[in-house]
Design a protein. Structure first.
Lengths: 189, 189
DNA sequence: GTCTATACGAAGATAGAC
DNA sequence: GTCTATCTTCGTATAGAC
């Protein structure tokens, strides 16, 4: 067993897992070292600027996941309803059915906020734009589509918080199921 | 100026402010000391078990705020719609119109979770029960009222997260305004 | 009740050997 | 690229004077 050296991405995946477990401030170099199986010096080899770089790498891993497994659901073939449903189902997996905290909670509170907030603004903006695009295909007016898309992300993130507060993911499962209907409800105006 | 000694509650209010700024792990005894104007030893006088006690006191201050300024809105005179609107308006103030993070995000991630999670479960449960009671007065069936009450808290907390991610409280203001209509919409079944 | 001083371990970060 | 060893600063906590 020639110690199959971990790629930088594999390391980053384990860092993400540890940040999700402990939060950004709560994760220490010792815990990050344990989570990756690498010594501190090895971590600094991959991430010269220390913990901030590790957080950055974790953000990138999460971004790659979304880009590869979640966003394509919106762009696949099929009617808008199917795509929306699959998109939120994929997001549910990203959050391990409601058991993992959203990254905003990890990286936008306290000292970390300054390093990472800009990226969240962009990602949320992109998500809203993509969802709204599908809603427009379904006949919903642009302004309303943007509002609803934002509401969908609001509900998803709120359900994560409430599920964590309750220690019970039922509300998350229920919300994930309810979001598509809310998004695609016939428009009244 | 005989140095008007702070009461324990006044100290706890400042601790809460610092936890909201820095998160639980991110707040250090040094920053908590600066926030209260008390030396570390004085803090230990008030809170013998250190940071955990300080977090507990901050939670109690927040609980007292809710008990005194928010929950009474639901129990006041007036029709259900007015009470619901005032309740969420009061919650909006509690979160400084969307600029302060929800306490769940501060106290249920990482090591802190073990100390505080039980309290969140109870508070969320109580909030849902109280809101649902008012919805039932408005003629909504009990099971549906409980679901909607939970949805209301989901939207509120989600809006806080999304607002923080966007660095913009507009979504929070919009959501606070929209929640009462969602809660009181005519029932279809 | 509040302060100054300090103990002591943990934290982030680096040096240098292999 | 990974390790052991080490440095420095910070964090929590306590002692003891006022």
């Amino acid at each position: 067993m020639p110690a199959p050296t971990l790629t930088r991405e594999e390391v980053a995946q384990r860092l993400l897992a540890e940040f999700r477990r402990s939060g950004y401030e709560g994760a220490s170099l010792a815990s990050l070292s344990a989570a990756t199986g690498l010594g501190k010096s090895s971590l600094y080899h991959y991430f010269p600027n220390g913990k901030v770089d590790m957080g950055q790498a974790a953000m990138e891993v999460a971004g790659a996941w979304l880009q590869e497994k979640v966003i394509p659901q919106l762009q696949a073939a099929g009617d808008p309803e199917k795509r929306i449903k699959r998109y939120f189902a994929a997001l549910s997996e990203f959050y391990a059915k409601g058991t993992l905290p959203c990254l905003t909670d990890l990286f936008t509170i306290g000292e970390a906020a300054g390093h990472f907030q800009q990226q969240f603004r962009q990602r949320i903006g992109q998500g809203i734009k993509l969802i709204a695009g599908v809603l427009e295909e379904a006949g919903i007016a642009p302004a309303e589509a943007a509002r609803r898309a934002e509401d969908g992300l609001v509900m998803l993130h709120g359900a994560l918080v409430v599920a964590r507060a309750q220690g019970n993911t039922a509300v998350f499962a229920r919300t994930i199921k309810a979001i598509p209907a809310m998004l695609l409800a016939p428009q009244e105006d």
